[in-house]
Design a protein around this ligand. Structure first.
Ligand code: GDP
Length: 287
């Protein structure tokens, strides 16, 4: 699903989440472990109005495990609970209800002291498109919850999904917009397929990706495309373009005169990257 965000959509998305906040105790903020900052909504702190929050780094199966650990430490230092999961297989998701309860610990203890039996913790999943919100809801529910997009004329009551005995989850997530102001954020989102590449130039996206990845994740590149020497000056565009050309030659993207069709080569590279053919990688590090 791709949404074109306009100011009106943002206002509506924000209002919808703020309506849902009234119903819940904790927010589960889902981000992509490969780009934990770039896949966050820029106004998230303001929108959540201080609701207790668990940050979940999803798609950790695709990310660099060492950098994911750094990100978790980073979020913890900022005072948030944070964990990594793979919503696709369900790896790590058992922690979610336990940590949601942890966030409510003081309230639960106060209730117990008054002799009140605390009810299940109520949670809402929020995040930008494509971070895996529906996948996580289905995994936590243990079944497929019908997709409930904003279809005109179709109004559906919100449902609570029981996750064990201690947590209840709203069946529709809060959908938020990504950051637009920073072009590098756009490139990172486009590299992972989170936004439509038509918005940006495909060669520019591939250039951005190659520049970062040959610096930090050279080995899988070298192996897959039979490359020889790692660039020495990553700030030199000629060296990055030379890698793109070598990839194009390897994939047969040659046009008349023996020139490499860089656009075609870029498209192929992006497909292979998104399909995980170049191994696990993270596009931004906290330190
Ligand atoms: P939503 O727009 O946030 O609801 O995102 P979806 O749940 O539709 O997921 C977007 C894409 O990411 C789908 O192709 C999912 O199969 C995939 N996906 C979701 N979670 C994971 C994960 O943890 N690992 C991997 N590899 N893919 C995932």
């Amino acid at each position: 699903m791709t949404i074109q965000w306009f100011p009106g959509h943002m206002t509506k998305a924000r209002r919808q989440i703020q309506e849902k906040l009234k119903l819940i105790d904790v927010v589960i903020e889902l981000v992509d472990a490969r780009l934990p900052l770039s896949s966050r909504n820029p106004m998230i702190d303001e929108i959540l109005q201080g609701k207790p929050r668990l940050i979940v780094l999803n798609k950790s199966d695709l990310a660099d495990p060492a950098v994911t650990r750094q990100w978790i430490d980073f979020f913890k230092q900022e005072g948030h609970l944070a964990i990594q999961v793979d919503a696709y297989t369900g790896q790590g998701i058992k922690e979610i209800p336990l940590l949601a309860k942890e966030l409510m610990k003081e309230k639960i203890e106060r209730q117990l002291a008054k002799g009140i039996n605390p009810r299940a913790v109520r949670a809402l999943i929020v995040g930008i498109p494509n971070v895996g919100k529906s996948t996580l809801i289905n995994r936590l529910a243990g079944r497929n919850i019908a997709a409930t997009g904003d279809r005109p004329g179709v109004t559906k009551a919100q449902q609570w999904i029981k996750v064990g005995t201690e947590m209840e989850l709203l069946d529709t997530p809060g959908i938020l917009w990504p950051k637009f102001e920073d072009q590098n954020v756009g490139y990172r989102l486009a590299l992972t397929g989170a936004i439509r590449e038509e918005i940006l130039n495909v060669e520019d996206i591939a250039f951005f990706g190659v520049k970062y990845l040959v610096k930090y994740y050279w080995e899988p590149f070298r192996e897959r495309f039979d490359l020889k020497d790692q660039p020495t000056d990553f700030e030199n565009p000629d060296e990055i373009v030379a890698v793109m050309e070598a990839i194009g030659r390897k994939r047969g993207c040659i046009v008349s005169g023996g020139r490499v069709d860089l656009e075609k080569a870029s498209g192929i590279l992006l497909r292979e990257l998104r399909a995980g053919k170049l191994g696990r990688y993270t596009l931004e590090a906290p330190y």
